[in-house]
Design a protein around this ligand. Structure first.
Ligand code: FEO
Length: 394
């Protein structure tokens, strides 16, 4: 990645991964991603904030050489996950006197995952700082954005918050700063849905903590830098709030068309009642889109055929994902068609045990929907309508 100047003596020197399409072998990345690393030259010392994914280590090393960095005093590690830390061992090899500055938990993780020697660390506590001469780096522990060891680094004189995963977006772009706000906030929402949403409660506390700092920029380690940081702070406050909107999400999978017929019936019925619906065919959908949709939806109605004795594996996988992401959904129900029996409903409900939701009685039918089955679906749609109305959503 080309070296870009963020402000005086602060450079962005990480890497863009335009082609990456999957993260953690799980999360779709339609717009690629970046691994941002920042170099800060103080009057006396030089620090690197985070590194890059091991696949991109040569880009980082080349950028350090291009800037003619003879002595790198500190490598600040805000987060031990390898997309930010994987190149640290190579940087330490290049600069044998350089020290990794991080908190004790992150140090433990870096030793475990990257086998970095213990004598290469300086361990800091929450609120501690180090001086680079005319610049000061302050460290604040912000656990669970994304792992338990995550922290942020604040460059006091330039008012920059280096937030690592926190506020990031999986977006490879040549823009150093946010230009297309709609696009970046949309990608940041997808990122929040896939990575941050399970930690909503901890994020509330971490936002309160960082808001005490006076920053003009948020420089995350994925995606562009926010030079109007309030846009992402406000977006996060909305996503982590208890507020949900008048939307029903209907992910479904249908083997022979009966469950699809039910999904379409519910969709039409809910729309006619003034409720927004997002329908996802699980045989085709990008699960990242589904994750994004449940950031602020009120209700999820899952449709599944029965395969042998239980739900279709695609539905089971989708519910496992929803259960892991812990969205602020308020109501869930299940519907679908079976051939001769099974335990579909019980298995789906058991797979949603982490969610604090009210279950609306499911609708399971045999074969293709008949008139009396559509009456049951209509009853389900009316219940959803009444629940949304009770929450003043319509
Ligand atoms: Fe971007 Fe949790 O790593």
């Amino acid at each position: 990645m080309a070296i870009q100047l963020l402000c005086n003596d602060v450079y962005s020197i990480g890497s863009r991964d335009w082609d990456r399409r999957l993260f953690d072998e799980l999360i779709p990345l339609p717009d690629g991603t970046s691994y941002n690393a920042y170099l800060i030259k103080g009057s006396e010392k030089t620090a690197l904030i985070d590194a890059v994914d091991p696949n991109k280590k040569n880009e980082l090393i080349n950028n350090l050489k291009q800037l003619n960095i003879q002595n790198l005093d500190y490598v600040i590690s805000n987060h031990a996950e390898q997309d930010h830390s994987g190149a640290i061992p190579d940087v330490l090899k290049l600069y044998p006197y350089s020290k990794v500055v991080t908190n004790s938990k992150c140090k433990e993780f870096l030793i475990d995952h990257l086998l970095i020697e213990e004598n290469r660390f300086i361990t800091i506590e929450d609120g501690e700082s180090i001086s680079l001469g005319n610049k000061t780096l302050e460290f604040y522990l912000t656990p669970w954005v994304h792992w338990p060891e995550t922290m942020v680094t604040y460059l006091k004189e330039n008012k920059i918050l280096f937030s690592c995963d926190f506020f990031g977006s999986h977006l490879a772009t040549s823009d150093l700063f946010v230009k297309d706000e709609y696009k970046v906030i949309s990608d940041a929402k997808r990122y929040y849905a896939e990575i941050m949403m399970p930690f909503r409660t901890q994020i509330v506390k971490n936002i309160q903590k960082i808001e005490e700092l006076n920053f003009n920029y948020i420089a995350p380690s994925h995606g562009p830098v926010y030079d109007k940081p309030q846009i992402i702070i406000d977006a996060y406050k909305d996503w982590i709030s208890d507020r949900t909107n008048n939307t029903v999400i209907i992910p479904y999978i249908s083997m022979h068309g009966s469950t699809e017929y039910m999904a379409n019936y519910l969709t039409d019925s809910l729309i006619s009642k003034g409720i927004a619906v997002k329908l996802f065919n699980l045989s085709k959908t990008d699960l990242g889109e589904l994750a994004m949709s449940i950031v602020d939806a009120t209700t999820l109605l899952l449709g599944t055929s029965t395969v042998l004795v239980g739900p279709h594996p695609a539905a089971f996988y989708a519910t496992a994902l929803v259960n892991a992401l812990k969205p602020k959904l308020k109501f869930i129900s299940v519907f679908g068609s079976y051939g001769w029996g099974g335990k579909t409903i019980e298995m789906i409900q058991a797979n949603l045990n982490r969610l604090n939701v009210q279950i609306i009685p499911p609708v399971q039918i045999k074969g293709h929907p008949r008139k009396e089955d559509l009456d049951l679906l209509e009853k389900l749609a009316v219940q959803v309508y009444e629940k949304h109305k009770a929450l003043n959503l319509l």
